[in-house]
Design a protein around this ligand. Structure first.
Ligand code: MN
Length: 494
């Protein structure tokens, strides 16, 4: 879907035709500049200046009914009495942004008169309109600055991606071919409530329904994809017989092709597996799942459908970002507690998305320490450095909480030749100590949806739009305040 955003300028008819002509011309100019600037991921469409209850209500409902419209950007060029916005805003179901911009940048000290002030009174109009949005309790994004400033453009661009996440959330369909791992608590959750809150459809199949698809993949296709693996990745035989090695790799090629067709036929965008429920599959899907994630599918291991849906959601929100660094399913494994080198080694049994990889990607075939299948082939690599966010959606019984941790990804000091899985390594913000204590206090899971390409603010905005609590653990987090925030939130979100 090529989404568009509507630009709605608020005013009133008190100022006369001449002023309204200028308001419309200024709006058109801003929209033209924003669209021409290449900073925004989606096109902005200028709507008529809104000066009456009827046109506001009509425009908001047209936005609701246009599947291409992912959000409404409102700007008060002048003063727009806010009672006339009430009915339209009450009916609006698309993400809303209040752009606190002004056409004029500097006060023209020598020439300013009342006509100029009446025309350039965003500071006045913003407060009237903002008041009614606050009074009505409507979730919206507020972005302040001059319309030509890079920071306004960047923040608007990021909000647009959040808005697409809000609109697209209800299209996410997760396919489970394995249930939640026995006795694991944090990956459980209320699927009905998830559909009510987020719009997700979470269905279940017997894993052998998938096996039927895998078994039907033509041999020639398996051979061709295996050949592609061999041309794209570096095989690390580590003493294994090359022919036996290739047979193991080919099993993953067959699983990849069968699984993709299975997901396409069922219109699923995310998949959940379980190493203990593999039916007729010869190997736990490893390399296969890694490559499907790279193509935009969500994934969660051990039945973790919440994380699978979050990975899919974040893949959608980051789609098309120039120089994107990657988004993946991830799991917290082991700490490094050495002073100055603190961090958490991230990995999974197999399933880390190669979109986060840095440098060469290897294929290894190695035993799984769990389950009873043949040694699966998997992609092995290390991940990029730089800031990112790890996100965990948990079910607290009566409600959901989204926990978002800003992290700094680093290289580990030395290679880990005996570890046959892809890894990342990060130091949580504000520090390993506070980051981990905060995460555990908030109830965050070991599984996360991780990305380099979204901010904590974007995910917190998404959570707010879904009507759920979010906890951000970042450079400003202090444990005592976090503890209070969790207590206060428990009263607010019942
Ligand atoms: Mn796991």
């Amino acid at each position: 879907m090529s989404y568009k955003f509507w630009f709605c300028t608020g005013s009133q008819d008190l100022y006369g035709e001449e002023c309204l002509r200028k308001v419309a011309a200024n709006s058109a100019n801003i929209v033209e500049m924003l669209n021409g600037g290449k900073a925004l991921p989606f096109e902005i469409v200028l709507k008529q200046t809104l000066i009456s209850q009827e046109t506001i209500r009509k425009t908001m409902n047209e936005a609701n009914n246009d599947p291409e419209c992912a959000g409404v950007i409102t700007w008060m060029h002048t003063f727009s009495p806010a009672k006339m916005w009430i009915n339209g805003l009450r009916e609006l179901r698309k993400p809303l942004c209040h752009l606190l911009i002004q056409y004029n940048e500097e006060i023209p000290y020598d020439t300013i008169d009342m006509d100029f002030m009446n025309e350039n009174q965003s500071a006045h109009g913003d407060r009237e309109y903002g008041h009614i949005v606050s009074r009505m309790g409507i979730e919206r994004k507020i972005i302040f600055g001059h319309w030509s400033s890079l920071s306004v453009w960047e923040r608007l661009a990021r909000w647009m991606r959040t808005a697409v996440g809000i609109v697209e959330s209800s299209h996410i369909r997760v396919c489970r071919v394995g249930d939640n791992m026995n006795n694991v608590a944090v990956t459980e959750g209320d699927k009905v409530e998830a559909q009510i809150k987020f719009g997700w459809e979470v269905d279940h199949y017997c894993v052998n329904d998938l096996v039927d698809y895998v078994d039907r993949v033509p041999k020639g296709d398996v051979e061709a994809l295996t050949e592609e693996y061999y041309s794209k990745y570096t095989m690390l035989y580590e003493g294994r017989d090359p022919e036996e090695f290739r047979r193991h790799v080919a099993v993953q090629a067959q699983i990849e092709l069968g699984t993709e067709k299975f997901l396409r036929d069922g219109n699923y965008h995310a998949i959940v597996t379980h190493f203990g429920m593999l039916g007729g599959l010869k190997q736990l899907p490893g390399l296969a799942i890694q490559r499907l994630m790279e193509r935009g599918y969500g994934f969660g291991a051990e039945g973790d459908w919440k994380t699978a849906a979050m990975v899919r959601l974040m893949k959608i929100m980051t789609k098309g970002i120039p120089d994107a660094k990657g988004t993946s399913f991830m799991e917290d494994y082991t700490y490094n507690l050495v002073a100055g080198k603190e961090g958490i080694l991230q990995s999974h049994m197999l399933e880390v998305c190669p979109s986060v990889s840095d440098g060469e990607i290897f294929v290894k075939v190695a035993p799984l320490s769990m389950g009873n299948r043949e040694d699966p082939a998997r992609l092995v690599f290390t991940s990029k450095t730089g800031p990112g966010i790890a996100v965990s959606l948990i079910d607290l019984g009566s409600r959901f909480r989204l926990i978002i941790n800003s992290v700094e990804c680093k290289k580990v000091e030395k290679p880990m030749p005996k570890l046959p899985v892809a890894t990342a390594f990060w130091t949580p913000k504000p520090s390993l100590e506070v980051g981990v204590e905060g995460w555990i206090m908030a109830g965050g899971a070991h599984h996360t949806a991780f990305t380099y390409d979204l901010s904590a603010e974007q995910m917190a905005d998404w959570a707010a739009a879904m009507g759920i609590e979010s906890i951000v653990i970042d450079e400003n987090t202090r444990i005592r305040e976090l503890k209070n925030e969790l207590k206060w939130n428990s009263v607010l979100y019942r």
